[in-house]
Structures are given as structure tokens and as C-alpha cells.
Design a protein around this ligand. Structure first.
Ligand code: PR8
Length: 477
């Protein structure tokens, strides 16, 4: 049985300890907000970014790599954007002993690095849409409490996509595609999430509107694990990104951008983890099957070893990431070691398995053993890794997620739900700022925005007007 007592009691404590035990990140680097990827964590990161690349590449995004430094002049061009970021940027002002003539910022995000180049690249409507992305480090001088993978000052896994379009409609279509990419990404990771159109005061600096992607952690707090922004023509007017229409006019382009950071890995840890440690979706597990020999004194160790090697060879031939743990340690210790790292399947081979022609498979998601005939084990492993485990993880995560949400029909109700019960409130909201501000201020939580894909008839919780908009309010990270 999987238990989650430790996460519910003190999530922070559990989180910090698992980052260390499972070698996700080492927090001892001597700069605040900067962390070193551990070997296990970095491998997870690789498989996660592989999915991101696949999802963007298959929808016509081209991967690119822009410089880390942005000249002050470009950075300072878009008024709203500067206002949002100026107290969060790191400056480079010297090269060796010389004061630089042109001050440089370390990119906090890459609009002002990419868009001057876009104005050179975009010529005609035939060049559009243009979709690019990069996965890079960006720097933000965060003043709120920093936390590994959740609020960092060097975001080392910033997947940012930027697109350019010849019409407002095409930019809108792109927003939908971004929602589809992020839905699919989080579906594959088994992470339930909401797509919420943020209130005016919470949108990305320089955007026309922002859609936030939110999940709920075991402590009832909401983590924004991605955002999608429709930039309209705000940036194209600032950076002169124009294209020639079929009739020969020159018009400003429409743009969108959307980003995901290592918070997606924080959410894998927080959403699927349990008292034992991590539980990884097979697709991103650095080791998918750990094979543990269980030697017994009067039974041939050689024979067990041979069976384990065969299994490893057969699994590897199927493209399954399998390892044998033949360290000179007690099996129980090895079990714990791999369970805490979230390896989805363990195969145990002992004297009995060999004698009876069986294979013992342990499922990390159920914390349960099953014994299968040796001739069928490969198919069973394949089914578990390709489908059953992730489906079960998705179902469990979904149930936890739903149990964190409460329908509320008054401002007092929101206050009780969010402040006392530590849950997320679900309400009808007309979408107007004035009502939004009241909702935002009635509890310690924030109005996260209204759902872009759910509708439910009701009355705005503040003004009482009929509306189908469903909004969420919760405490946030
Ligand atoms: C953009 N421009 O920048 P965004 N630590 C970890 N993750 C973070 C942090 C942090 N300090 N700050 C933000 N994130 C747009 C879209 C290009 C791409 C994560 O958008 O500022 C959050 O999950 O919203 C956030 O949603 C995402 O990066 C994108 O950052």
C-alpha cells in the first residue's frame, strides 16, 4: 500500500529530504537560489525535455539558441515588459576591468533578445507562421523565498516557445495549439492541471492576456507549472516585426509565447511522491526496471546471476531501460534504494523463481508483488510500462486533485475553504475586474482566473449576474 502521511504532515520537509535522498538536486551550492542538478535528477530532466522537444518539433516548432546577454537598449524598449521585470534582472556592467559602454542584462526570458532578430527574419506572409523554441537557463533575481525547482534564480530548464503570425485569428489558433501541447505533456506525466485565464492584474508583462497552467500540491497550494501568452501586436510594434501581405501592404505581426520550467519536475515529485519517496512515470524514469538477484545460501548463485543477465539482455533488446543491482548489499536495502528513487518496476530473482520458472515483479505504484510465468514476463513488463502504471498514476493523481477542490458559493465560503481547510475554491465569476478584486481579497488565496475549458451555469459569487465562467481561488507557491 502506498501512503502519503509525511507529505500531508509537512510537505516542505518531505520535499527537501527527497531531493537529497534521490539525488535530484544538491542545495549546497554557495549562491542563493542556484542549485546543482544531481545525477538522478539530471537524467529525469533529460527524458522530460525529450518529451517537450518531441511535442514542439512535431507541431512545426524549430529549436534555436539565442545569446544569454541582452543589450540594455533592447531590454528597455517595451514599457510594460520592463516594468514587470526591471527589479528581477541581473546586470552585467563590467568586462574584466573595463566598465562596459553598453550595459547588458542576463535574460530573464527572451522576448527582448529574440524579437529584434525576428524583425530581420520576418519578411512576407509566406514566412508565417514562424514558431521557434529553446530550452535554456534564464536568470531572475527572485525576492520571495527561493526553493529548489520551484522558485529559483537560475531557471536552468526554461523551455520558451515564441511564435509570429499574420493575423489575430492565427495567433488565437496558436494559443489553442499551446494548450494542446501542454495538456498532452502533463497528461503523459500524469499530472492533472487547470488552464486558467489570469485576471488582468496577473498577466505577463506586455501580454494581451495570459493563460496559466496550474496544479495542486499535497499541501493544498497551487503551483503555476506553465503559462501561455497572447502578445497581440504589443511587441511587434515595439520591435518593428512587420510582414508584407499578399496585396503588398506592410503590417505588424501578431505574436504568442509560452513557457515551462523545471517546475514540471517539481510537480512530478510532489504529485506522485509518497512516504517511500519518488514514483516516476515509466516514460521519464532513468531506470525503468531494476533487477535484484536474491541469492540463497544453498542455491547456485551462478544460476541466479545467469537468469538476471538474460532478463536484462531481453529487456534492453526491447528498448527498456533495465539495470541489475549486483552490489554486495542486502536485498532489503536495495529495494528501499530503488523505491525511493521512483523506479516503476523491480524484478526479483530468487531460488524459487528459478526452480519454478517464475519471475517476481514488484510494482512501485501499488507497492505490490506479482509472480508471472517466465515465458510471459516480457509481455507483462511491456504492458505495465507502456500503459498500466501511468494509467493508475493518472487516476490516483486525479483523485487527489479533485479531493483538494471545493465548490463555494459565497466569499465567506471561499475564506473557510482556502484559509481553514487549505483547499482550492471553485466558484462562478463574471470575469469583471471589480468582482475579481473582491474575490482576490477575501482570503489568503489568490484568484487564479477562469477556466478556458470548463463551463458551469451559475451566478457570479460577487455581483450575482448569470455566468458560465468557473474560476479558482487558492494559496499559491
Ligand atoms: C514567460 N516568456 O517568461 P513566465 N523558478 C522556477 N520556475 C519559474 C520561475 C522561477 N523563479 N519563474 C517562472 N517560472 C514567457 C513565456 C517566454 C515563455 C516558470 O512566462 O514568466 C513558471 O512556471 O510565466 C512560469 O509559468 C514559466 O516559468 C514561464 O514564465
Amino acid at each position: 500500500m502506498r501512503t502519503r502521511e509525511k507529505l500531508r504532515e509537512d510537505f516542505s520537509e518531505w520535499y527537501n529530504s527527497i531531493l537529497e535522498t534521490a539525488e535530484i538536486v544538491d542545495v549546497r551550492y554557495p549562491v542563493k537560489g542556484l542549485y546543482v542538478w544531481g545525477f538522478w535528477g539530471f537524467q529525469i530532466r533529460r527524458f522530460v525535455t525529450d518529451i517537450l522537444r518531441e511535442l514542439h518539433d512535431s507541431r512545426g516548432h524549430k529549436e534555436t539558441l539565442f545569446p544569454l546577454l541582452i543589450p540594455e537598449k533592447e531590454f528597455m524598449k517595451e514599457a510594460e515588459h520592463i516594468k514587470g521585470f526591471e527589479d528581477q534582472v541581473y546586470w552585467v556592467t563590467r568586462g574584466g576591468n573595463d566598465e562596459l559602454d553598453v550595459k547588458l542584462v542576463l535574460r530573464p526570458t527572451s522576448e527582448t533578445s529574440m524579437y529584434p532578430m525576428f524583425s530581420l527574419w520576418v519578411r512576407s506572409h509566406a514566412d508565417l507562421p514562424m514558431k521557434v523554441y529553446q530550452i535554456v537557463s534564464v536568470f531572475r533575481y527572485e525576492t520571495k523565498h527561493t526553493r529548489p525547482l520551484i522558485r529559483v534564480r537560475e531557471i536552468t530548464t526554461f523551455k520558451e516557445a515564441h511564435t509570429v503570425h499574420s493575423s489575430r485569428e492565427d495567433a488565437e489558433r496558436q494559443v489553442k495549439e499551446a494548450i494542446e501541447i501542454y495538456s498532452e505533456f502533463y497528461r503523459r506525466l500524469g499530472i492533472p492541471c487547470l488552464f486558467l485565464r489570469r485576471p488582468e492584474w496577473d498577466k505577463f508583462p506586455g501580454a494581451e492576456y495570459t493563460i496559466g497552467v496550474d496544479t495542486i500540491f499535497p499541501d493544498g497550494k497551487v503551483l503555476q507549472i506553465g503559462t501561455i501568452h497572447n502578445l497581440g501586436q504589443n511587441f511587434s510594434k515595439t520591435f518593428e516585426i512587420k510582414f508584407e501581405t499578399p496585396s503588398g501592404n506592410r503590417e505588424y505581426a501578431y505574436q504568442t509565447c509560452y513557457g515551462i520550467s523545471e517546475r514540471c519536475i517539481a510537480s512530478l515529485i510532489g504529485i506522485h511522491g509518497d512516504d517511500r519517496g519518488l514514483l516516476l512515470p515509466p516514460e521519464v524514469a532513468p531506470v525503468q526496471v531494476i533487477i535484484v538477484p536474491i541469492p540463497y545460501k544453498d542455491f547456485g548463485e551462478e544460476e541466479i546471476r545467469r537468469v538476471c543477465s538474460n532478463i536484462k539482455r531481453e529487456l534492453s533488446a526491447e528498448g527498456i531501460r533495465a539495470e541489475i543491482d549486483d552490489r554486495d548489499l542486502r536485498p532489503g536495502w536495495k529495494f528501499y534504494y530503488w523505491e525511493s528513487r521512483g523506479v516503476p518496476l523491480r524484478i526479483e530473482i530468487g531460488p524459487r523463481d528459478v526452480k519454478e520458472g517464475k519471475v517476481t515483479i514488484f510494482r512501485r505504484d501499488l507497492m505490490k508483488r506479482e509472480s508471472v510465468d517466465a515465458e510471459n514476463y516480457l509481455k507483462r513488463v511491456r504492458d505495465l510500462l507502456n500503459q498500466e502504471i501511468i494509467e493508475n498514476m493518472r487516476k490516483e493523481a486525479e483523485e487527489n486533485f479533485i479531493s483538494m477542490i471545493r465548490r463555494c458559493s459565497s466569499l465567506e465560503g471561499i475564506k473557510k475553504c482556502v484559509d481553514e481547510d487549505k483547499k482550492v475554491a471553485r466558484v462562478n465569476w463574471c470575469g469583471e475586474d471589480t468582482c475579481g478584486l473582491e474575490i482576490n481579497e477575501c482570503s489568503q488565496g489568490q484568484l487564479l482566473g477562469y477556466s478556458v475549458n470548463e463551463k458551469e451555469s451559475g451566478e457570479c459569487i460577487v455581483c450575482g449576474v448569470a455566468t458560465e465562467k468557473v474560476a479558482y481561488v487558492g494559496r499559491t507557491y
